[in-house]
Design a protein around this ligand. Structure first.
Ligand SMILES: C[S@@+](CC[C@H](N)C(=O)[O-])C[C@H]1O[C@@H](n2cnc3c(N)ncnc32)[C@H](O)[C@@H]1O
Length: 372
């Protein structure tokens, strides 16, 4: 008997759980500088304003609430330029897009990712740091980034490019959803960022052959959800990593899923928890496939022996997703929709000897488990 660890509905709920920060024109919190106050919110922001907002967002001394508010200001501006709010009811904007393996998030949910605040902040921090590190390593080169899955706002390009000169960084942008790609292009043109773009591709990153792939310094693909459910991060890596140079920096670098026992069916901090095992480490697993191009239908089973555990003391299994973005930048439990924990309640008396996890990469992507 297999259990799908995540239900379809759950994913949608996760994405909708994102807090939205709306900009209220008379909100006293709008205080980055006097120049960025109400007047700027009524008139288009210019690139230097976006750079100021992102600098404040990345400044460790700025309180989180303010950072979230500044992201809201950026979101409002992007909405005006693209006419995409992330909350439209058009079917074309709601629908997930089938890929060769797994599904790409619908346009609305992809737009809302901008407001997954800690996620966006940490990714921006990571990408700017990664570019600066590459500049130190390759001082005479223009740093090139391949961005697979840009969504309608391409925030990991539009909010990063203003920190550099187009002679210093160039992006190739790929997206499977034509409405998202159209919106990203419109935004990039409106923000006058086209000089930073090398190429646009409307394509499936699970199968796409990247022209001159070894020339790229950085590969970005935030195409994942908690428990690596349904989205394409793993098959995208199986396809893209062998094409790129081994020194290409991948962002996010890795995803790990761990299994714990918990004294509570709800994942809260005062639970007593004991970590049993890492049931998935994407980098480690992919490295075990010498010919990654033949993406397997599933990854090897991970069996955890339960016989030596005092399982009666616990009420649930707990599955945690940790995202290693870059260097010491990680997303931990509950910091983002990507790291929401999942509990599997235990029914006592519990008499199973082991729990076995299998990650499927065939059409329905996801982690399944069974007991023996
Ligand atoms: C989670 S959203 C992230 C959007 C944006 N990069 C951000 O950080 O806010 C993932 C995006 O990747 C795209 N995507 C997912 N799988 C893809 C695939 N196989 N090929 C191309 N694009 C894909 C989705 O359509 C979606 O726009």
């Amino acid at each position: 008997m297999f259990y799908q660890v995540f239900e379809k509905k759950t994913l949608i709920t996760h994405r909708l759980k994102l807090k939205t920060s709306w900009v209220v024109l008379n909100n006293q919190q709008v205080s980055l500088t006097q120049t960025l106050r109400l007047q700027k919110m009524l008139h288009p922001l210019i690139l230097s304003d976006i750079k100021k907002l992102v600098s404040a967002i990345l400044d460790k001394s700025v309180p989180q609430t303010k950072k979230e508010h500044y992201l809201g200001v950026i979101h409002t501006h992007f909405q005006k330029l693209t006419q995409i709010t992330g909350f439209e009811t058009k079917i074309a904007y709601l629908a997930a897009i089938p890929t060769a393996k797994g599904k790409a998030l619908g346009l609305n949910h992809a737009a809302q990712c901008l407001l997954d605040h800690k996620r966006t902040i940490k990714f921006l921090d990571a990408i700017i740091q990664a570019i600066q590190e590459k500049q130190r390593t390759y001082p005479d080169e223009c740093i090139t980034l391949f961005y697979a899955g840009c969504g309608p706002y391409a925030p990991l390009m539009t909010l990063v490019a203003p920190f550099f000169d187009p002679k210093e960084v160039q992006f190739s942008v790929l997206e499977i959803n034509k409405y998202s790609l159209e919106s990203a292009k419109k935004l990039i043109n409106s923000l006058e960022l086209s000089a930073y773009i090398k190429e646009y591709y409307l394509a499936d990153a699970v199968t796409f052959q990247v022209p001159n792939a070894t020339a790229f310094h950085i590969l970005i693909s935030e195409t994942l959800d908690a428990l690596l459910y349904r989205e394409c991060y793993v098959p995208i890596l199986f396809n893209l990593l062998p094409q790129f140079d081994k020194n290409t920096t991948l962002i996010p670098k890795n995803v790990q899923i761990s299994l714990s026992l918990s004294t509570n069916k709800v994942a809260i901090t005062r639970n007593k928890e004991v970590v049993l095992a890492t049931i998935m480490d994407v980098q480690e697993t992919i490295l075990t496939y010498p010919d990654h191009r033949n993406t397997p239908a599933h990854l090897p089973d991970k069996k955890i022996d339960l016989t030596s555990l005092d399982i009666d003391k616990y009420d649930a299994f707990l599955l945690d997703t940790k995202v290693h973005i870059y260097n010491d930048i990680w997303l931990y439990r509950n910091e983002s929709s990507l790291t929401l924990p999942m509990t599997l309640p235990l029914v006592h008396p519990f008499q199973k000897k082991s729990i076995i996890f299998t990650y499927y990469i065939a059409y329905d992507i996801g982690l399944k488990c069974r007991f023996e």
